[in-house]
Design a protein around this ligand. Structure first.
Ligand code: SF4
Length: 871
């Protein structure tokens, strides 16, 4: 089979991939050298895509009440329940909660079904949790949700400011493009983030500002723009509100940032003295109760200086999900119509209704995500359809959301697996196609529309999302409106609707695709919108033409507002949440890859050394974390990457992988008043040591059945590894281990010291290790990465917990692409005298594929240099 050109289904960079089925259900994956987002590069997640397409946990048939069913029965039930609910309680008693994992064609049909035919605007996407503040900020400044610039700007800039963006881990291929440009032209990098992240390693400046104080920092910059005469007077002729914005900025104080004034001055000097500046912003800006204001504070500075829409300069929001941008374009948000048309605008509503020949169109925005689940909890939503997302884990105050879904009259979940915290609560679970089986389009962060193409056959009875939605629409009586047979037909209709939007002067216009035939759709090259007779691709706004009614942009007068949750003696820490380099969302895919799980195999809480000391927390302790919403248990990582009073935890772990680490159970359901986006990075918590009676580490060839207050599991090449800790007194550890592994009769070796509270137990089958458990009264000291390799091996001395003499321990995986461990790198640096990241790459290949681990290799080199200097 030849290679198929498609798009990576993870982040908003939207990298092109070349996929080849290996004939055994797997995929060979490489970067597409011709895709303009990545030019052949892939990050660790993209490189490991082939490991995530197995059918082990796939849902292959519809399920009703947990029992296998068939499509006819399931679709009749879904259509009937939604129809009955609408008939009895009106259209606003139903809701869809969808996802940036959907393709544009899926999104288009979901939006058409809910807004045009069911008659409610209650469709919101999990992009609400990701980009809604940017949408609101763009609309307030530009009159529409337009990303002005392109990825090429990163290569033409002289200064790149990363605000609330750990680009090195969350958009690694863009970071690699930045580093390549830096090598060529000496691009300077500034990172504005409360936490020192991997993105700081190559930065000239890191400003560790107080959480939520970005408006104060950028107001200060705006005041300096005015004071030092860096304004672009001609460009300001196209901008309303400048005087009011400058006046507010003059009144603003830097105090809330908590930053050293000298550091701030350096940043301002760099920004003001550099024409070609790109400000990249992401979740640290958006996920805030003042997220929309933060976005506008950044846009104010670019508008005041006219630094927008030209090569190498401008604001650039980077989206989290593969098709978050597509969701914004196609009307996946409850407050938008398709093609950037406005739900509040009667002419827009009429145009969309007429275009669809729809019976109705809602006159009011629908419920945004947090409000939607509040309405579910209050019993106002009688039928809820959740598509490719896991709100029981990912929504703020996740336990309350979990309870709300559990209590809803009728819940449908469409997904590729039924093994999620949300799917377990559904009345009906529908098997959907996975990304490698789908065909359609996605839009990335710089407006490039790319094809996702089918490379694997859809297994079992699974179906494409647009097809499932159309089938329900037809069963509800709207046969003609949902009579689509291919995604190409849907794309043409979508493109034609954008032509209608263009007649209202909207920016989103892909009408040039409205007569694209099926062959053209198949062959569609990555294309940046707009695509119309008048215009194709390019940047927006350099000409000063904006989309407010008078054609101008708007600067906003802004005032710093602190996060809603405030530190108090009971909750003295601010909890920041975020993403890891090798994991994606709630790990439903990335956790299937052993090498992605090897980088950071356990959830953790970063805490400053002095805070840890003051709270009696030692390295590797387990920590109890409590917020007004809930509590959890995490492993302590003591580091000065976080400032005092701040803690950080990743957001990926679920009830399936580490039930006590569902971090969104701790996050307050506070939202930005304009965008409705939750404040996911500034909840308040208390921390204290979690004193377990025993601690354990287990490896096994088969899945385990843990019964403990704390456990966290990850896949390995040979099975599973698991951390555990419990409060229960255990008197017979062998019996406990047999129950944990489900091995009632296996051959066993054990060393148990009842008095000390320690046990080491290994099980064998035909002389090969199949499972081992290590128990101690304190965090277990064994060589985990070595033990994780053992299931399936003959290894008589497993109970020592460490490798025999002569067998090297590679340590935790640092380079996921070539499976190179930390110890291997340290050893090579020390014995071979390697002094640079490139030298490590030449010796070990580490960091030479996707480059995601290069900042960490640099950190190791730095640490060893410091150690040498101190010796
Ligand atoms: Fe996929 Fe990585 Fe590219 Fe994002 S940066 S699209 S995760 S390969």
């Amino acid at each position: 089979m030849s290679e198929v050109r498609s798009t990576c289904p993870y982040c908003g960079v939207g990298c092109g991939v070349l996929l080849k089925a290996d004939g055994q259900g797997g995929l060979d994956v490489r970067g597409d050298p011709d895709h303009p987002a990545n030019y052949g590069r892939l990050c660790s997640k993209g490189s490991a895509l082939g490991e995530t397409v197995g059918l082990g946990e796939r849902l292959l048939h519809p399920q009703i009440g947990g029992a296998q069913s068939d499509w006819g029965t399931a679709l009749d039930l879904v259509a009937g329940k939604f129809g009955q609910a609408i008939a009895r309680h009106g259209p606003d008693c139903v809701a869809f909660y969808v996802s940036g994992q959907l393709l544009n064609e899926d999104y288009y049909i979901a939006n058409k079904l809910m807004k045009g035919f069911m008659g409610s605007a209650n469709i919101d996407t999990n992009s609400r949790l990701c980009m809604a503040s940017t949408v609101a900020g763009h609309k307030r400044a530009f009159g529409t949700d337009t990303v002005p610039g392109t990825y090429e700007d990163l290569e033409e800039a002289d200064l790149i400011v990363l605000v609330g963006s750990n680009l090195a881990w969350c958009h690694p291929v863009l970071y690699q493009r930045v580093l390549a440009a830096r090598k060529e032209r000496g691009t300077r990098i500034v990172v504005i983030d409360p936490r020192r992240t991997a993105s700081c390693d190559m930065a000239e400046l890191h400003l560790p500002l107080e959480a939520g104080s970005d408006v104060a920092l950028f107001n200060g910059l705006l005041a300096q723009i005015e004071a030092r005469g860096v304004t672009d007077a001609a460009f300001l002729g196209n901008v309303d509100g400048a005087e009011e914005a400058f006046a507010a900025a003059r009144q603003s104080s830097l105090e809330p940032t908590g930053l050293d004034p000298a550091l701030v001055r350096q940043f301002y000097d760099l920004w003001l003295g550099t024409e070609k500046v790109v400000t990249v912003f992401s979740q640290g800006v958006n996920q805030s109760s003042s997220g929309s204001d933060k976005v506008n504070a950044i846009l104010n500075c670019h508008l005041a200086t006219g630094r927008i829409g030209k090569p190498g300069l401008g604001p650039l929001s980077v989206t989290g999900q593969p098709n978050a941008m597509g969701g914004r374009e196609v009307g996946g948000l409850a407050n938008m119509l398709a093609c950037h048309l406005d739900i509040e605008n009667a002419e827009h509503r009429t145009a969309v209704r007429d275009f669809w020949s729809a019976p109705t169109i809602p006159t009011q925005p629908g419920l945004k995500a947090v409000d939607m689940f509040n309405a579910v909890g209050a019993g106002k939503i009688k039928a809820l359809w959740i598509i490719h997302t896991n709100p029981a884990v990912s929504m703020p105050d996740a336990s309350a959301v979990q309870a709300a879904i559990a209590g809803c009259d009728f819940v449908v979940v469409s997904d590729i697996t039924a093994q999620t915290d949300t799917a377990r609560l559904a009345d009906v679970v529908l098997p959907a196609s996975a990304w490698a089986e789908k065909s359609g389009t996605v839009t990335n962060s710089d407006r490039t529309i790319s094809r996702q193409r089918t490379v694997l056959a859809t297994p079992g009875a699974a179906r494409a999302d647009w097809d499932i939605l159309c089938a329900v629409g037809r069963r509800m009586g709207w046969h003609d409106a949902f009579d689509f047979e291919t995604p190409a037909e849907i794309f043409r209709e979508y493109a034609a609707l954008s032509g209608v939007a263009a007649q209202f002067g909207r920016d989103f216009d892909i009408s040039g695709f409205s007569d694209l035939d099926d062959a053209g759709f198949d062959a569609l090259e990555p294309t940046r919108w707009p695509v119309s007779a008048a215009r194709r691709g390019g940047r927006f706004f350099a000409d000063g033409a904006f989309y407010h009614a008078n054609g101008k942009a708007k600067m906003l007068p802004l005032t710093h507002r602190p996060p809603e949750s405030r530190r108090a003696p009971r909750f003295p820490f601010v909890l920041n949440t975020g993403r890891l380099r090798d994991q994606w969302h709630t790990m439903t895919r990335t956790a299937l890859s052993p090498r992605l799980s090897a980088h950071l195999a356990e959830p953790f809480l970063e805490i400053h050394p002095l805070d840890a000391e003051n709270h009696g927390i030692k390295p590797n302790d387990l920590v109890s974390v409590r917020s007004p919403q809930g509590e959890g248990i995490l492993r302590a990582r003591i580091t000065d990457a976080v400032t005092r009073g701040q803690v950080f935890a990743p957001m990926h772990w679920t009830g399936e992988t580490a039930p006590s680490a569902r971090i969104d159970t701790l996050v307050a359901a506070v939202t930005d008043p304009v965008s409705g986006q939750p404040e996911s990075k500034a909840s308040v918590v208390a921390v204290s040591p979690f004193k377990a009676r025993w601690y354990g580490f287990a490896v096994s060839a088969q899945p385990l059945n843990p019964q403990a207050e704390y456990w966290a599991r990850a896949r390995t090449k040979s099975g599973w590894r698991m951390e555990m800790a419990g409060l229960k007194e255990v008197t017979d550890w062998e019996a406990e281990a047999r129950a944990l592994f489900g091995l009632p009769d296996a051959e066993v070796q054990s060393l148990v010291d009842v008095n000390r509270g320690s046990a080491r137990i290994a099980f064998f089958e035909e002389g090969r290790i199949i499972a081992a458990l290590f128990i101690a009264p304190e965090p277990v000291a064994v060589v985990r990465d070595y033990l994780a390799q053992l299931p399936g091996e003959e290894q008589a001395d497993v109970l020592t917990g460490r490798p025999p003499v002569g067998r090297p321990d590679p340590g935790p995986t640092l380079c996921a692409c070539f499976d190179v461990g930390v110890n291997t790198i340290v050893n090579a640096v020390e014995t071979e005298g390697l002094i640079s990241v490139d030298a490590v790459g030449s010796a070990l290949r580490a960091g030479t594929n996707c480059g995601s681990c290069r900042p960490e290799i640099a950190t190791i080199l730095e640490r060893l240099r410091h150690r040498e200097a101190a010796e």
